[in-house]
Ligand binder design. Structure first.
Ligand code: DGL
Length: 285
């Protein structure tokens, strides 16, 4: 499909995640790029990606991206750290003309900017930690940085369940992070390397202490996308559609559950009727 630049500019921004976690990125995108329209896909039927093998993560990511590309998007935001760290190359190979941005590089940048002592703890899924993408991205920006990467898969379940604060979350966080942050030379920065984790940020702050800076990739991803679209002449000109009316939500399972949990991430109620249920398996890619 060869569209003129004007027509491409009017297309929505495609955003996908394995579930609702990517909504933390969507929120930042909406704040920084309020004139844009968005198509959000949460692959809720196949969540979590974080415990799957690299081959499966790549296959799922290509399929999710395929749905968005078929609907017509001007760019793709991979709002899932696991998919960003494992499948970005495959996505760029499959769609060489499409601007594609992941969340790992912007997250690494946020972590490096926040840290004073150069010790950065990264919490993420097993898949993201195993692939070492954050470790590489951080040391590429700041070669002397010490990166302590910790897989915290239970945080995903807590966030998806909407259990975002209280003693259960804090004691799990203590189990994962207590030793790292009570070491003689603890990190001064905690990088949330998973798009599900920003909703449990207050509980994490209570565990790691107020001196630790907690950062995520949402704002830096939105800034990176804004510069990319600007450089390509693809930024939407002023339009006044903000909030939910500028987003179409799609999920591969459980509209009600998606809408219920999305409320924690978007901090506003969304009705299940706004969520379109799709079957990726039936998509002709
Ligand atoms: N959203 C995923 C990420 O950012 C976490 C959930 C999952 O394991 O699929 O890595």
């Amino acid at each position: 499909m060869n569209l003129s630049l004007e027509n491409q500019r009017e297309l929505p921004i495609g955003v996908f995640d394995s579930g609702v976690g990517g909504l933390t990125v969507l929120r930042a995108l909406q704040q920084q790029l309020p004139a844009e329209r968005y198509l959000y896909l949460g692959d809720t039927a196949r969540l979590p990606y974080g415990t799957k093998s690299p081959d499966t993560i790549v296959r799922y990511s290509l399929q999710a991206a395929g749905v968005l590309v078929k609907r017509g998007v001007k760019c793709l935001v991979v709002a899932c750290n696991t998919a960003s760290s494992t499948a970005l190359e495959a996505l760029r190979e499959r769609y060489p003309q499409l601007p594609i941005i992941g969340v790992v590089q912007p997250g690494a940048q946020a972590g490096c900017e926040a840290s004073v002592n150069g010790r950065i703890a990264v919490v993420a899924t097993e898949g993201t930690v195993r692939g070492g993408a954050y470790q590489r991205a951080i040391t590429a920006i700041r070669p002397n940085a010490e990166v302590i990467a910790k897989a915290c898969p239970l945080f995903v379940a807590l966030a998806e369940e909407g259990w975002v604060s209280g003693s259960i979350v804090e004691s799990i966080a203590q189990r994962y992070l207590g030793e790292i942050f009570s070491s003689p030379e603890p990190p001064d920065t905690l990088l949330l390397g998973c798009t599900h984790f920003p909703v449990i940020r207050p509980a994490l702050q209570a565990v790691v202490g107020s001196k630790v800076t907690i950062v995520d990739s949402a704002q830096t991803t939105a800034a990176a996308l804004s510069s990319l679209l600007m450089s390509l002449g693809l930024l939407c000109s002023a339009r006044s559609s903000t909030g939910l009316e500028s987003v179409r939500f799609m999920a591969t399972d459980g509209r009600e559950r998606f809408a219920r949990v999305a409320a924690y991430f978007l901090e506003q109620h969304i009705s299940p009727e706004l969520v379109e249920l799709i079957d990726i398996g039936l998509t002709d890619l």
